[in-house]
Design a protein around this ligand. Structure first.
Ligand code: KG4
Ligand code: ZN
Length: 344
């Protein structure tokens, strides 16, 4: 397929939608010059989840040093960038406003255009990013089928061109990441749930518990709340018997149930809608079992970002910001992107 050439532009992006304070500088929508992610995970771990008020205070402390560190890493000054991108939403209001205010201030002060970016669109665009110095991987090819699996969203989108999304299906209840987090708590693993379940599952028997798969035949929707309840019942049953919880087996069996449904429905949607490839994005795309399940099928090429780009970061915001910028979606301060998802 013919490649469209976009203009050269260097974007500095800021992301503060949840509990990561992040900044990145990206060239031409793909080449990552520098990226910093200051995680607040340890601060929130003692609360068993993200504590919004604490998150915004941590962003206030971290955001300026994170931007300075990123520019220093890239050996650039603000004058060397062409536009500033910032996460506009969805996310925690008190956290978003910290990044947005700094981005507005920097854009005003340096006379730069400001581009508002939707966080979910950012996750999808993480698939375009590669590190400076690496050989450029092939660009994602349209039409593509994007499985978006984050802490708050689980959905399948058909992308026929840049910045366009046809939502084919979504979760009817919990998001996949949310299910990982809740089940981790149920089986005593704590926060952050996804990585802890993955780790526990490594030593577990995925066949030991036959947890339900909600296929929701005839749709591309998902549902994870029944699975979560099934784990809860199993935990209660085992506890009533006074036996120690087989945490590894519970984790492995739960993870297998999530992965089976996500992988099978993604491939089915790609087939039905004639996608050229599958793209997976969002925090749950870091999950090894999900990556393996999708990469082991031969029918479609699969594009999954490297691990550091799966969870929240600013490189992905810079990438989405670049494509918005070159398509003319620029403020200056009146950012035209909605903080909700889907965009249309
Ligand atoms: O995309 P993300 O960093 O933040 C949101 O935009 O929500 O996703 C966070 C979610 C959390 O629910 C976390 O438990 C999950 O991604 N997650 C994982 C893994 N790493 C992060 N889930 C399963 N396996 C992982 N390795
Ligand atoms: Zn995210």
């Amino acid at each position: 397929m013919e490649q469209v050439t976009f203009p050269a532009a260097r974007i500095l992006a800021i992301e503060t939608s949840c509990d990561e304070t992040a900044c990145a500088v990206l060239e031409n929508g793909r080449v990552l010059l520098a990226s910093t992610v200051a995680s607040q995970m340890e601060v929130h771990a003692r609360y068993g989840g993200v504590y919004p008020e604490v998150a915004s205070r941590q962003h206030i402390l971290a955001v300026v040093p994170v931007v300075e560190q990123t520019l220093a890493q890239a050996h650039l000054a603000l004058a060397d960038v062409d536009a500033i991108a910032v996460t506009r939403g969805p996310g925690l209001a008190g956290s978003l406003v910290v990044g947005m205010n700094l981005a507005k201030g920097l854009a005003l002060g340096a006379g730069l255009p400001l581009v508002g970016v939707n966080h979910l669109e950012g996750h999808i665009y993480s698939a375009w990013v590669y590190h400076a110095g690496e050989v450029a991987p092939p660009e994602p090819q349209f039409p593509l089928l994007a499985l978006l699996v984050s802490g708050g969203h689980t959905e399948l989108n058909l992308m026929e061109s840049h910045l366009t999304y046809k939502r084919l299906g979504a979760t009817l209840d919990d998001a996949a990441g949310e299910a990982f987090d809740k089940v981790a708590r149920l089986i005593g693993l704590g926060y952050p749930g996804g990585p802890l379940i993955q780790k526990a599952a490594e030593d577990g028997d995925a066949q030991r518990f036959k947890f339900p798969r909600a296929w929701l035949e005839g749709t591309f929707d998902f549902s994870f709340s029944g699975l979560k309840t099934a784990v809860l019942h199993e935990v209660r049953r085992l506890e009533a018997e006074g036996r120690p919880l087989p945490v590894a087996d519970l984790a492995a069996s739960f993870q297998a149930a999530v992965v089976d449904v996500l992988a099978a429905k993604t491939v089915r949607a790609a087939r039905e809608f004639g996608a050229r490839e599958i793209l997976v994005a969002g925090g749950v795309s870091a999950n090894r079992a999900l990556r393996q399940a999708l990469q082991s099928q031969q029918e479609f090429p699969v594009n999954i970002p490297s691990l550091s780009l799966c969870t929240d970061n600013a490189a992905m915001i810079a990438a989405a910001g670049y494509f918005r910028f070159v398509h003319g979606h620029v403020g200056p301060l009146d950012m035209d992107v909605l903080p909700t998802w889907p965009l249309s």
